[in-house]
Design a protein around this ligand. Sequence first.
Ligand code: FAD
Ligand code: FO1
Length: 454
Amino acid sequence: MVNPLRIFPLNAYPPQNGCVLYWMQRDQRVQDNWALLYAMEKAKILQQAVQVVFCLSPGYLGATIRQYGFMLKGLQEVEEGLYKIGVPFEVLLGEPEQALPAYIQKIKAGVLVTDFNPLKINLEWREMVKTAIDIPFVEIDAHNILPCRVISEKLEYSAFTFRRKAEKRFEEFLTEFPEPVKGLPTNIPDKLIPTDWAGIKKSLLADHHVPEVGWIVPGETAARKALTGFIENRLSTYATDRNFPERKGQSDLSPWLHFGHLSPQRVALEIQKSTAASGSKKAFMEELIIRRELADNFCLNNPDYDNTHGFYSWAWNSLNKHRDDSREYCYSVDQFEKARTHDPLWNAAQIEMTVTGKMHGFMRMYWAKKILEWTASPEEAMTVAIYLNDKYELDGRDPCGYAGIAWSIGGTHDRPWSERPVFGMIRYMNYQGCRRKFNVEEYIRHTKGEEHRT
Ligand code: FAD
Ligand code: FO1
């Protein structure tokens, strides 16, 4: 059922007599989840039960209550959904390398399955758990339509090189999901004893100053509804409207994709089935598959995805050459954070992000490039951009974010442009350019009222 090319064994231990445990990390959903489907397939062969565990790290990459609140509500729906198919779910508090091996001993798990995540912290968790267990440990790529480790064995230079490899394998991997295996042994209680979600939320160290947002409902059900709504109402105008920040032209799916409440493969399958204009379908698939999965390739193959050492040499040399150019404006992280620059357009984008937890995709490029222009060095620009992006964006702490910020500030996946002060040959964007492209006043007015996010 699960394409063997999605399966990445992490050790060579034979299965032991015990349940198949799925350590859920990135793909926090029951539907359309290759890692869960694999665990159930394995359990059927071994005639064992399946269990699911989530290790809740109290301070994950500086996440605030905005992101944790969204995630925990999604996990609550996962617990209910798993119960309906006879699969127990448990949340372990603490770092996985401490909590998980003891839990595996306690429940006598016979096989450990997890999903794929190219971020350094998740790769480190996986390596530490691997050394502490002696049962089979398998990673399943449930997040990419094209399994990241298979579609390319190296760091791809650009969307062009990645697309060449990806497009010819869509057929092979963009398949419908099978029905989950039925009739597994189960030791589920006849009444769901829910996790103490309120207690867990209180126990988090997360910064409570970044409030949760109300315009988006977490979880699988809301995500599927949003996908249907996007396809019915906005997909046909996506190719044109998505680059007009004053319009509601994007899908708004990224928070659910980031937390795995929605499978990108499900999105692609539904887009494919739709009768929307092909130009818009093509434009959307380019972002959803090529751009998004190129970001996973970038993070898996470039450990410096979050700093200037990860830049291409042309970009690094060019930024270095202009390192001492005078900056017309130079702002502190606090001035950026409080949207106190001289530029009303930049400030509007910052306010959109801090208030709604989601900045428009076009504005993210402008926003990050101005941070390069208005900080003392590319290193400081990367630190400020990642800090603000991950503190306020619902979809922060994501490969798409690290790739998007590296593209804006370090020319990653981009080409050299004509040389200029501070930017060197990094693609430049400015206020006049935005005025030529879209209705800047309308966007600024929008973010003041935030009516588009109610
Ligand atoms: P849509 O335009 O509806 O696109 C649908 C999906 O396609 C997105 O959800 C995303 O999964 C993918 N996608 C779209 N554009 C891109 C892109 N440029 N790169 C990779 N995937 C893309 N995305 C995040 O998920 N988290 C981030 O923290 C993040 N930070 C960014 C920072 C900067 C400086 C830049 C330039 C881009 C960043 N992006 C990030 C990528 C992109 O802007 C967002 O994915 C997109 O705006 C999310 O909104 P949407 O789902 O409505 O997008
Ligand atoms: N993944 C986990 O396995 N455990 C966590 O406690 C956890 C917290 C968390 C908080 C904010 C956030 O944006 C992501 C978080 N993740 C956590 C990871 C997330 O599920 C994704 O795997 C990664 O962000 C990769 O995109």
